[in-house]
Design a protein around this ligand. Structure first.
Ligand SMILES: Nc1nc2c(ncn2[C@@H]2O[C@H](COP(=O)(O)OP(=O)(O)OP(=O)(O)O)[C@@H](O)[C@H]2O)c(=O)[nH]1
Ligand SMILES: [Mg+2]
Length: 301
């Protein structure tokens, strides 16, 4: 590891409304898929750390759940995890989905930052899809809040503008020793990553009829002598009808989810995976505290 006189290291919280592209940006900077990404809002449920290295600098990105007006208990826990992520960080990066414009959620976040006196970097995302005039108008309006030190226009998807943003983040981080080993890229335990991969496949396959309140937990995890891993996971749904949707006609949906998830896990973990999925109805699981710690959240009354 490098001497601390020259090195820099710090936490950068990526915050924003649901679906802004936070996890996409995190994965790009880390260079590996550690946070799941879907077209649905509220994909990320907990804080996820992704570590990138640029020369002498270790950048510790904190992906957070989207911030929005919470109604349900799970929502409240997610939003509070996101704000905590911002509080603890050296730098805050607000990502705005320019396809959506300046929504009520974005205004809420900006005024939240203003209240705490936090300065932030602003990145207008999805510029691959939006006209330049619209982008400039949005930048002007957001800039007038006085919250942002620098503004960037990026596409987390195709990478446009992301190098400039990264270079500026590096400059703004404090000097200090690296906090993580050089080869560590995340703090998500493998078990949770595997559960997230399955949840992503459920979201991707069952978009229309998806019951939002789905949780996946690893029930058994055996690393075998031959180097393979045998994983049993339980998919929790809240109602019997949802169980039917996840399993599908003749078990087809669940089978496909299992195949896709297994392939993805084999790629991410680099070994053979034996995956077994079970679906259970746990009525109102999202109201129960024990399920929260399983997915890395604090239960908020
Ligand atoms: N066109 C375009 N789509 C993008 C871009 N960045 C992200 N997306 C898409 O936006 C959707 C949401 O991306 P995520 O990375 O899951 O967004 P998120 O902010 O992490 O969402 P939550 O975890 O739900 O808060 C996905 O379908 C992405 O492929 C971009 O730069 N351009
Ligand atoms: Mg996300």
């Amino acid at each position: 590891m490098n001497a601390s006189a020259e090195t820099r290291c710090g936490f950068i919280a990526i915050i924003g409304a649901p679906n802004a592209g936070k996890s996409t940006l995190l994965n790009r900077y880390v260079g590996s898929k550690i946070a799941i990404v879907t077209h649905k809002v509220q994909t990320t449920r907990t804080r996820i750390i992704g570590i990138a290295i640029q020369g002498d600098t270790q950048l510790v990105f904190v992906d957070t759940p989207g911030i929005f007006a919470p109604r349900r208990k799970l929502d409240r826990a997610m939003v509070s995890a996101a704000w905590r992520g911002a509080q603890d960080a050296d730098l805050v990066l607000l990502l705005v989905d320019t396809l959506d414009g300046i929504t009520g959620d974005v205004r809420t976040i900006v005024s939240g930052l203003k209240k705490t006196g936090r300065k932030a970097f602003l990145a207008l995302n999805k510029i691959d899809k939006v006209k330049r005039d619209t982008l400039l108008a949005m930048a002007r309006e957001l800039d007038s809040s006085g919250v942002f030190t620098e503004t960037f226009m990026i596409s987390a998807l195709d990478g446009n503008g992301t190098d400039d943003l990264l270079a500026s983040l590096v400059k703004a981080l404090p000097r200090g020793p690296w906090l993580y080993p050089e080869d560590q890229i995340t703090d998500v335990p493998l078990k949770m990553l595997a559960a997230e991969i399955t949840r992503e496949q459920i979201y991707l396959r069952l978009h229309q009829e998806l019951p939002y309140q789905i949780a996946v937990e690893a029930e058994r995890w055996d690393e075998r002598k031959d180097g393979s891993i045998r994983i049993e996971q339980v998919i929790f749904v809240e109602r019997k009808s949802q169980k039917g949707i996840v399993i599908g006609k003749g078990g087809q949906a669940l089978k496909k989810i299992g195949e896709m998830a297994r392939a993805e896990m084999e790629e991410v973990f680099g070994c053979k995976i034996h995956l077994f999925l079970f679906v259970k109805v746990a009525e109102r699981w999202s109201e129960k505290p024990s399920h929260y710690s399983e997915i890395g959240l604090d239960y908020v009354e």
